[in-house]
Design a protein around this ligand. Structure first.
Ligand SMILES: [Zn+2]
Length: 71
């Protein structure tokens, strides 16, 4: 395995869903808008010369506590 990408744990500031955050070097100007898969909250799409990619690992636990309260 030749893994060049750095994967960092990341928690959504809105709902605390757990992501793996990968920084990818941006080869062109991309206006990346990213939203949390779980809550739809806005996340940073890029950081300086890097594009940020989020991979959902785990949804927050409190979802399960409200499992019985479906609308
Ligand atoms: Zn979220």
């Amino acid at each position: 395995m030749t893994e060049k990408l750095r994967a960092n744990p990341f928690y959504c500031p809105h709902c605390a869903a757990k992501y793996t955050l990968v920084k990818v070097e941006a080869v062109s100007a991309v206006d990346a808008k990213v939203r949390c898969i779980n809550c739809g909250g806005p996340l940073d799409g890029r950081e300086n010369a890097f594009i940020l990619k989020y991979f959902l690992v785990e949804r927050p636990r409190y979802d399960q506590q409200h499992a019985g309260q479906r609308r």
